[in-house]
Design a protein around this ligand. Structure first.
Ligand code: PLP
Length: 343
């Protein structure tokens, strides 16, 4: 099967498997796993943040950050298609006791500006309003089609937020894709945010894991909350070893995923009844609005599966995500399959 459902389906490379087999390990709850410690130090160095902590998942990284930045009863502001709001199963309210205030971006690519955010803030309001406690950004923005926020756009929001004593958390699950697309480093893309989470287990290809980064005190506290959430792992060096290979070897491969996504999007854009804004296809995610076609999203995905291609229906659209498990010739096969279904 050509699996375009997500970049989370990537399997560990031979180099990762070898590193995992040979990993030196210890008990990470005692901070004694040398490989986890190396992954944390390497991540902090690359992102130019004071400290980093290995998390089992991106969701846990995000939710520990939400917990640490807020107080129960606060609101967190996020773009209405943000992952923390839509796909983390209400955890901000379950775990941190906060309310999510979704904000619509005036930009079709889902990228927020300060003028989108400002009207939704509750600062210096009467005591009976929910105070805003945190702003969450996402780079790249998954549900908006993998669109990217530049260093300048992130900084504009962070400067304004900090002027009002509001912290900013960056969900950088795919920040290495954003870096490849913008030509800006992951350190610069996250420099103005107070905390950043990135995933090792998506386009970078590690089997498990995410990193949460920020100031040292913040990460020390994150270690407490990770344990409280059940995320204290023991000989996690076996997993961290793959994460180190992912950081060292995978970012340079993302350019191929992006050009595959672009080619797929361009071919789909020519089909009758298909809507796709090619300017939003900046990274490895292609969201194709097929509401003008006869079969519709669900049926197209079923027919694609019969032809050996997996994609995900997203309401009236289908989502395809490129990754290193999908070759250029797989993209040709996918384009042929879609053309046969939508003609
Ligand atoms: C933007 C974004 N943030 C966070 C996550 C959560 O990552 P995990 O599946 O590791 O919990 C995902 C997963 O798809 C994502 O796309």
């Amino acid at each position: 099967m050509i699996d375009l459902r997500s970049d989370t389906v990537t399997k560990p490379t031979t180099a990762m498997r070898k590193a995992m087999a040979n990993a030196e390990v210890g008990d990470d709850v005692y901070a004694e796993d040398p490989t986890v410690n190396r992954l944390q130090d390497l991540s902090a160095e690359i992102f130019k943040k004071e400290a980093a902590i290995f998390m089992p998942t991106g969701s846990m990284g995000n939710q520990v950050a939400v917990k640490l930045h807020t107080n129960p009863g606060d609101e967190i502001v996020i773009e209405e298609r943000g992952h923390i709001f839509n796909y983390e199963m209400g955890t901000p309210s379950v775990f941190s006791g906060v309310v999510v205030r979704p904000v619509k971006s005036t930009n079709p690519n889902g990228i927020l500006t300060w003028s989108d955010i400002e009207p939704s803030l509750h600062i210096d309001q009467p005591y009976y309003a929910c105070p805003t406690g945190l702003i969450c950004l996402e780079n790249s923005h998954n549900l908006a089609g993998g669109s990217v926020i530049t260093v300048k756009e992130t900084a504009e929001i962070c400067i304004n937020a900090h002027a009002r004593d509001l912290p900013v958390h960056l969900d950088g699950a795919r920040i290495f894709n954003a870096a490849e697309a913008t030509g800006e480093s992951v350190a610069d893309l996250s420099a103005s945010a107070d905390s950043v989470q990135f995933c090792l287990s998506k386009g970078l290809g590690a089997p498990v894991g995410s990193m949460l980064l920020g100031k040292k005190d913040f990460i020390d506290e994150a270690r407490v909350w990770r344990k409280r959430m059940g995320g204290g792992m023991r000989q996690a060096g076996v997993l961290a070893a793959a994460g180190i290979v992912a950081i060292e070897e995978s970012p340079e491969k993302l350019v191929v995923d992006h050009s595959n996504a672009k080619r797929l999007a361009e071919a789909c854009a020519e089909l009758p009844g298909v809507e796709i804004d090619l300017t939003t296809v900046e990274t490895n995610i292609v969201i194709i609005d097929v509401s003008g076609t006869d079969p519709g999203a669900l049926r197209i995905c079923e027919l694609l599966e019969e032809k050996g291609v997996l994609a995900i229906p997203f309401g009236k659209a289908i989502r395809m995500v490129t990754h290193y498990g999908v070759s250029e010739s797989d993209i040709d096969t996918t384009i042929d399959a879609i053309r046969e279904i939508i003609c």
